[in-house]
Design a protein. Structure first.
Lengths: 423, 261
């Protein structure tokens, strides 16, 4: 029994150390972003011949939002003869098909891909679309996103650097004022992009390609087998595939794109669970390649590992909570005394990117957004919500790996009402 | 939606122009002496809290016999806490609590908003109370804490909170540039005063509840209304601080504060 207690106590100390390491990492990121010299993106590059790009937009029953994303893309300042837009109509049963065909009649460079087959899902849809794409650079948007005018140009510019394999832009929710959930997601996004991603870019660590609002090289992906349809987080998988093969992933903080945040907790819960499942699958697949990759230096390996484990931390915390409860009943909590409080360092951060409250505060200062900061204390309740849903996603991933079962794509429900969409 | 047509490059790459040395010195000069002061007066502070609790029990006719005890801890030095006699729950009370906890879990678990944060939080609390009730139903005699031991555990935990919060508040306010010193100082003081006052009030309430309603509720109070709730006021006060700093940096007073990379 004494041995079991020692193991449990050791586990709690381990979790506290993990929490401290992550907190120190993000404290360092905050200092780098807030006080350091910023590493600029490729904004200054001028080229008379932009790269040929293909914009891919996976869609499944997107009649509510497709007008908005296509209108925004049509307003982008990118040469029309260097651009093609491929909306991937994946087994839609609403008016998506008819609406896309109508766009195709008006604009030749909008070339919808209609998929009516059993193997639906974002990765397989992207694979099919990449095969028909003509552009050397693939830029992906979700159907509920609204790119800013210069977005495409900015994303494409980075690929003038032959070492760049993928680029990630900044995501900003546009329905922030809808309810408390969307406001809190806005805080998480601020901390995650304005501070976390930019700091990692500054430090030449591992900025993460997020699956949308970003681009990558078509040839690289096709030559390495395309997206793996068994992996839900195809974005994280691509990030690690690129960096372990010697490519750079860069972050474009000025390439802003507006997204629709989930407006209901159920939708958010399913989304987070799916992300956690996908991210942890990538953890299991890329843990060893990240450690052994000859293309990464020690600092990048450490950052890559921190990033890989991000969706495993809430699970560690959940177990830590359970173990501390057991130790309490065994009368052995006293050894931790006051230091037990450190276990709660994880309470005030946005899981998924592990943006602690001070990182979000720094983002709000940089963005100059007064008022929003006052919502920070409410993040405590998100903690339980995320801990629960991410843990479920983690166990999904474990079962996926053990049983080799396939994954089923679950689309995030849209809430948008059309406003000023193209007719 | 008013879509943004212009991208403000400058904002996306701006950073605060501040002397890192000054920021570091702020943390060292302000926090280290305060930490030392706190450490040197832990005995006085914890004794004062015990006396405040005794006063409250006496003044509000709470009729709780409590005496002050002092223990020497290796790193912290002397820490005082109240010694209070333990009241164990009756079988019927445990049964009732267990049933109510289970009912809460089932009812909330079947409500349409079961996936919401508050529902998950309540289910978690009910789960802890259910475990506690079952423990006292089947192994009550093995419960490892007296109320005095809990009181000691609480006080040591409070000391931990004060130290961690002082360091944390100093660090997170220290990196927000080298301006707004009064705001930073006020934030650190507010967090510390709040921590001590809140810790004292909670100590009195917890001891009262555990003495009146038995130690059946000890686990729930320790886990769900313990350190986690201390972070609420830390982040709340920090949020006010950030709000003030945003206004400062966006106002005339923030002139020249930004480095537009």
């Amino acid at each position: 029994m004494e041995m079991v207690i020692k193991i449990m106590q050791g586990y709690i100390i381990f979790v506290i150390i993990v929490m401290l390491l992550y907190t120190v990492r993000h404290f360092f990121f905050t200092i780098v972003r807030l006080l350091g010299r910023q590493r600029l993106y490729y904004n200054d590059i001028v080229t008379s011949r932009m790269k040929h790009i293909s914009v891919l937009i996976p869609m499944h029953n997107e009649e509510k939002v497709l007008d908005t994303v296509l209108t925004a893309l049509l307003e982008c300042d990118y040469d029309a003869d260097r651009l093609e837009i491929i909306p991937i109509n994946d087994n839609s049963t609403d008016k998506t098909r008819e609406m896309l065909d109508e766009y195709h009649r008006k604009y030749e460079f909008i070339r919808p891909l209609h998929r009516n087959c059993a193997d639906r899902g974002k990765p397989v849809g992207l694979n099919d679309a990449m095969r028909m794409a003509r552009g050397e650079i693939i830029i992906v948007f979700d159907a509920d996103y609204r790119p800013a005018r210069s977005m495409l140009k900015q994303i494409a510019l980075a690929f003038e650097d032959p070492q760049v394999g993928a680029v990630m832009g900044r995501v900003i929710p546009y329905n922030t004022n809808k309810n408390m959930l969307t406001r809190l997601i806005n805080l998480e996004r601020s901390g995650g992009y304005q501070v976390d991603q930019q700091a990692r870019y500054n430090l030449r660590a591992i900025p993460q390609y997020g699956g949308t609002v970003g681009g990558f090289r078509r040839d690289f992906l096709l030559s390495t087998g395309g997206f793996n349809p068994k992996v839900l987080a195809e974005d994280t998988e691509l990030t690690y595939r690129l960096i372990t093969n010697g490519w750079k992933v860069v972050y474009a903080n000025s390439a802003e794109c507006y997204e629709e945040s989930p407006e209901s907790w159920n939708v958010r819960g399913r989304q987070i669970r799916r992300w956690a499942r996908g991210h942890n699958e990538v953890l299991f697949r890329y843990l060893i390649p990240t450690i052994t990759s000859p293309h990464l230096n020690l600092f990048q390996k450490i950052d890559g590992l921190f990033l890989l484990f991000i969706y495993a931390v809430p699970v560690l915390l959940l177990f830590g909570w359970g173990v501390s409860l057991a130790l309490f009943f065994l009368g052995r909590m006293d050894i931790f005394g006051g230091w037990w409080v450190l276990l709660f360092l994880g309470v005030y951060n946005a899981f998924g990117n592990f943006a602690p409250f001070f990182e979000i505060g720094a983002a709000l200062i940089i963005d100059g957004l007064p008022g929003e900061a006052l919502l920070l204390p409410l993040m405590m309740f998100n903690f339980f919500f995320y801990m629960w849903n991410i843990s479920l996603g983690f166990f999904d991933a474990v079962v996926d790996i053990v049983t080799g079962r396939g994954v089923k794509w679950d689309k995030t429900i849209r809430f948008a009402v059309k406003e000023g969409a193209a007719k | 939606m008013a879509e943004k047509k212009v991208i403000y490059y400058a904002r996306t790459y701006r950073a605060i122009r501040a002397s890192r040395t000054k920021c570091f010195l702020y943390i060292c000069i302000l926090i280290l002496p305060m930490l030392l002061l706190l450490w040197l007066h832990l005995d006085d502070l914890t004794r004062w809290i015990c006396e405040a609790a005794q006063y409250a029990f006496r003044e509000f006719c709470l009729d709780i016999p409590a005496s002050i005890q002092t223990k020497n801890f290796s790193l912290l030095g002397k820490v005082s806490y109240l010694s209070v006699s333990t009241v164990y729950p009756e079988f019927r009370m445990c049964l009732l609590n267990g049933a109510v906890s289970l009912a809460v879990m089932i009812i909330i678990g079947n409500l349409p908003w079961k996936g919401r944060p508050m529902a998950i939080y309540l289910i978690l609390n009910a789960g802890i109370q259910l475990i506690s009730s079952l423990w006292f139903l089947f192994a009550g005699e093995l419960f490892p804490y007296t109320l005095t031991q809990y009181s000691e555990l609480y006080m040591v935990q409070e000391v931990g909170i004060w130290i961690v919060f002082l360091v944390m508040t100093g660090a997170v306010t220290g990196i927000v540039g080298d301006r707004g010193f009064p705001d930073k100082l006020l934030t650190v003081l507010c967090v510390m005063v709040y921590a001590i006052v809140f810790g004292t009030v909670r100590y009195i309430v917890f001891l009262y509840l555990l003495y009146r309603c038995s130690v059946l509720y000890m686990t729930l109070l320790y886990f769900t209304l313990g350190p986690m709730f201390d972070f609420v006021y830390l982040v709340m006060i920090y949020a006010f601080f950030i709000n003030r700093m945003i206004r400062l940096y966006e106002s005339h007073a923030g002139k020249g504060a930004w480095r537009w990379s």
